[in-house]
Design a protein around this ligand. Structure first.
Ligand SMILES: Nc1ncnc2c1ncn2[C@@H]1O[C@H](COP(=O)(O)OP(=O)(O)OP(=O)(O)O)[C@@H](O)[C@H]1O
Ligand SMILES: [Mg+2]
Length: 308
């Protein structure tokens, strides 16, 4: 087991009698990319603010790398990088100056800061515009600058609140790659997003929040299996002749979880991509394979299922 980076216990937040976050229990370890999902108003941003110590919990506890953000704000700030929904910079300073300011706040020696800032500007693709005042940058460029900014202090944990919103497709690829690279270096990431296919691509685990409650939590594979009864894949086949013998034979193929049939079509749930084994079996049983389609469950399906 890796080092525990985020641990919350019955974490709750109430605004004037309205419960925005209700008894949330999270346990996130070093190097994980945790997808934090849920509809508008579910309580994602409120949770992040509590993790950062920017808003006090109404009840329950938070520990970030063993520190309580309310009682030890400096220890927590030192290790956490935060990309808010709306990134804020000094608009009259240019991109580079903003990063220099962050470096100074984090007591980075000037020389080290200079090199680091150059590398980061290039990593996020802003080298060409780094001398422009931030107010002249586009929304996507500011978002990229926000990502460079959280990297300056070598955080242990980064909280990204919708990091790809307003970014062009190429930029999204860059951000997903940057995020995956962060995790590879042992940085823990909480990736809050409505873009389920992006989350599915990079997250190791997800939590789905609804009206302040964590309604699902775990590896996408496992959630998929639980939410959509059966295996990870669904293979739909059309054969010339559906009969019980064929159904029974298919059920015996290793990895097949279930077989449902109708006149010509069979729906096979399985844990592996068994297309090769299945087509071989059909041909060997003197049947004709007329069509075959494979579908892997998606995070989108899990999301719809747990929120329905
Ligand atoms: N400062 C506040 N005062 C009162 N209510 C608040 C405050 N901040 C958030 N809320 C309420 O708490 C609930 C959760 O809001 P939050 O911003 O955490 O949702 P979210 O999951 O981040 O949503 P989105 O996907 O739209 O960003 C909402 O009902 C919101 O209206
Ligand atoms: Mg939010």
């Amino acid at each position: 087991m890796g080092q525990v980076v985020i641990e919350t216990s019955d974490l709750s937040k109430t605004y004037d009698g309205f419960t925005a976050v209700d008894k949330l229990n999270l346990h996130i370890e070093e190097g994980e990319i945790f997808g934090f999902l849920g509809p508008n108003g579910a309580g994602k941003t409120t949770t992040m603010l509590m993790l950062l110590g920017l808003t006090a919990p109404s009840s329950g506890t938070v520990q970030i790398c063993g520190h309580d953000p309310g009682r030890e704000p400096l220890e927590v700030k030192r290790v956490v990088g935060y990309l808010p929904e709306k990134v804020g910079f000094y608009e009259n300073l240019n991109a580079r100056q903003n990063l220099e300011y962050t470096a100074e706040l984090n007591n980075l020696p000037k020389r080290e800061a200079f090199e680091k800032i150059n590398n980061l500007l290039s990593t996020v693709g802003l080298s060409q515009v780094c001398d422009q005042e931030v107010k002249k940058l586009s929304r996507g460029m500011k978002q990229r600058l926000g990502i460079a900014d959280i990297w300056i202090k070598d955080p242990k944990l980064v909280l990204l609140d919708e990091p790809t919103s307003g970014i062009d497709p190429e930029g999204i690829e860059d951000i997903l790659t940057l995020t995956a690279n962060m995790a590879r270096k042992g940085i823990t990431v909480v990736f809050c997003s409505h873009q389920l296919h992006q989350v599915q691509r990079i997250c190791t685990r997800v939590g789905i929040l609804n009206k302040g409650h964590l309604v699902a939590e775990g590896q996408i594979d496992r959630l998929g299996r639980e939410a959509i009864a059966g295996g990870r894949y669904r293979i739909e086949i059309q054969v010339a002749q559906v009969n019980q013998k064929l159904v029974d034979a298919l059920k015996l193929v290793e990895g097949v979880v279930d077989v449902q049939g109708s006149a010509e079509t069979l729906l096979i749930s399985c844990d592996k991509d068994l297309r090769e084994q299945i087509s071989k079996l059909i041909v060997e049983s003197d049947n004709s394979l007329l069509g075959m389609k494979i579908e892997e469950y998606s995070l989108e399906a899990v999301y719809k299922e747990v929120l329905s």
